[in-house]
Design a protein around this ligand. Sequence first.
Ligand SMILES: [Mg+2]
Length: 237
Amino acid sequence: MIRMNKRYEIELIGFDADDTLWENENIFHDAQKQISKVLENHNYNFNRELFNIEKKNLEYYGYGIKGFILSLIETSLKISNKKLDNQIIKEILDLGKKMLSKKVKVLPNIKTTLEALSKNYNLVLITKGDLLDQEKKIYSSELSKYFSYIEIVSHKNEKTYMKILEKYNIKPKNFLMIGNSLKSDVLPVTNIGGMSFYIPFELTWELEKVEVDQMSTNYVQLENISEILTRLKSLEI
Ligand SMILES: [Mg+2]
């Protein structure tokens, strides 16, 4: 009996940016810790309040540092019973500017992997967040030369990925997405019939956490980015 192997023909590879190509979540994590320390005398659980407020605010501000800063101010106002010291507002605003001017730290082995992949595949960078901030990070990472296309989007859901694939005339089954978020990079892509490599980062934002039944989804979890090339070869045999 001849066993037919499923053959994947990848024509386009998508990459997430934050916490896939460069560090991001730890910048938010450190900022949250700094402000929670300033307000630790109050009777609220700062992290839980911030989580709830950020979740509610996503529909107004979207993803990124600016929305985070507004949510930090709102949380601090709530925690202080609207008697927030102006000095704390100033500290939060300064923190936002510091976060926005932080130097991009590209993760290990990214350059060599992208260089190798870009010789054989078209690569598309798909990222969500503040437009200006994402553009700045892409520019200063010096990684844009490896990408054929760059897409900065507001949400990463099934509709977004379908739209991008239609734009570049790629069928979902010929698309591979690589990223650190199951919710944004993996599930919406496997749900439309694409393939995904999930590479978790050391920290995951609460709002990106999801429960998944891996048996029912078409993704492969990798330890690090260096595994991409060998995994890709084994997929295409
Ligand atoms: Mg990410």
